[in-house]
Design a protein around this ligand. Structure first.
Ligand code: GDP
Ligand code: IMO
Ligand code: MG
Length: 424
């Protein structure tokens, strides 16, 4: 029986989902993205080649695998074209194996313009978004005036929908000399993409159900992380989609029986880009060291990532809301040089010790982490491929995490490359 797995991020994104999906894709027939958009940056390193994917499922790197973009994604068609051209340039043949749902909403230039205005207006309280137009595109979707992929195949309807945008977005668009406000131009540019996009459009839900019935297996690729989920994360400091498992069902049109195993990706420490609470953040030399050794700079925006210790309280929340069966621990090697490693096991709040996230997630800003300190291993783990080959202190660190979270460890990543992995 084929086993369908879902890979979700358990922290604030950039856990190493791209690498994990690439590894698991080897055993799957199909890789499907269900939410988010080009705000994602998923890195895959094979030998000395690096691929950074934003919209296209990471399975595309594997010859012959089919890739699906579901209705839950917000797709920037211009970013898609750029990404496809890049893949073509790298010799990756994607034709005939990338598919998009007709109901996928589009991110258009005016969404980015609106986001720029909104972020600027927020001043010091800005969210630090990726400025990929994600929020404004989801707003349009939920407000029921979004433009969908299928509208590109009905030019009259597209024209009418754009005319309506002109009215409802007048505050942003009227009188603007920003070229992204020019909807005639957007229409023309979109028409230029129709030949490329039309062959990709299929009933994704039906295709996935048929594939499973035919014995094929699906790997669901999450973007962002649990704490960025619009409902279950550190709202409003998060993204606009459901990054957690439920997003896969609505974002692809499949039932819960389609998911056999939930893999949560956990970085061996914590990072986040953008604003918002981060209890274990290190604003010191150790934080700097994690950033430099872990090369913690955004794969989409190049922004330095904020770094800190592993937070088990946050992870208990992620494991719970996603129903995680097993975790993939990444970037263990980044901790190699540290004398000691801390793990947050609880928070102090209102003179009480709590071991779950506070009811009001806003209050994550006020909690004081309670740490347990582990001795470092001070040996290089980069490239180690067996669990027994790890230094004792590293095994103890991992064992403690798995015991606390009551989950299995499915794999440990000891370097960015495909081969630098321990399959447990
Ligand atoms: P994603 O968004 O979850 O796919 O993660 P990103 O690709 O944005 O960020 C993870 C970064 O860490 C990328 O640069 C990866 O190449 C790199 N990476 C992944 N796993 C490992 C690992 O085990 N060790 C090291 N040193 N780097 C890793
Ligand atoms: P992957 O898939 C890390 C963050 C942004 C910002 C917030 C809202 O690579 O893990 P948005 O543009 O989505 O409206 O920004 O969410 N963010 C990410 N952080 N990794 C990502 O994706 C992210 N996608 C969005 O930095 O704080
Ligand atoms: Mg990323």
């Amino acid at each position: 029986m084929a086993r369908n797995k879902i890979v979700v991020g358990c922290q604030w994104g950039d856990e190493g989902k791209g690498k994990v999906v690439d590894l698991l894709a080897a055993e799957a027939d199909i890789v499907a993205r269900f939410q988010g958009g080009a705000n994602a940056g998923h890195t895959i390193v094979i030998g000395d080649r690096q691929y950074i994917l934003h919209l296209i499922p990471s399975g595309i790197i594997h010859p012959g695998k089919e890739c699906y973009i579901g209705n839950g994604v917000v797709m920037d068609p211009f970013a898609l074209k750029e990404e496809l051209d890049l893949l073509t340039g790298k010799g990756i043949d994607w034709r005939g194996r990338l598919f998009v749902s007709p109901a996928t909403n589009l991110v258009l230039p005016y969404h980015k313009l609106i986001e720029d205005v909104q972020e600027r207006s927020r001043g010091a309280a800005n969210l630090g978004t990726t400025r990929r137009g994600i929020g404004p595109a989801y707003v349009d979707k939920v407000a029921r005036h979004g433009i969908r992929v299928i509208d590109l195949l009905a030019p009259e309807r597209l024209r009418k929908k754009l005319d309506y945008q002109r009215i409802i977005k007048a505050t942003y668009l009227e009188g603007s000399d920003d070229e992204r406000a020019d909807l005639n131009r957007t229409y023309d540019d979109l028409m230029g993409l129709v030949d490329m996009l039309a062959p990709l459009v299929v009933d994704v839900s039906l295709a996935l159900r048929r594939a499973v019935a035919a014995g094929k297996s699906i790997l669901f690729e999450g973007a962002q992380g649990c704490l960025l989920d619009v409902d279950l994360g550190t709202y409003p400091f998060g993204t606009s989609s459901n990054t957690t498992v439920g997003g896969a069902l609505t974002g692809l049109g499949v039932g819960p029986h389609m998911i056999d195993e939930v893999i949560g990706v956990v970085k061996a420490y914590t990072t986040r880009v953008g604003a918002g609470p981060f209890p274990t953040e290190l604003i010191d030399k150790t934080g700097e060291q994690l950033r430099n050794i872990g090369r913690e700079f955004g794969a989409s925006t190049g922004r330095p990532r904020r770094c800190g210790w592993l937070d088990l309280v946050v992870l208990r929340h992620s494991i719970g809301v996603n129903g995680v069966d097993a975790i993939a621990v990444t970037k263990l090697d980044v901790l190699d040089g540290l004398d000691e490693i801390k793990v947050c096991t609880a928070y102090q709040l209102d003179e009480q010790t709590i071991d779950e996230v506070p009811l009001d997630l806003y209050r994550l800003d006020e909690v004081k982490p309670v740490y347990r300190t582990f001795p470092g291993w001070r040996t290089e783990t980069t490239g180690i491929t067996t669990f027994d080959g790890l230094p004792t202190n590293a095994r103890e660190y991992l064992g403690f995490i798995a015991d606390d979270l009551k989950v299995k460890i499915a794999l440990v990543s000891t370097g960015a490359k495909r081969t630098e992995t321990i399959v447990v």
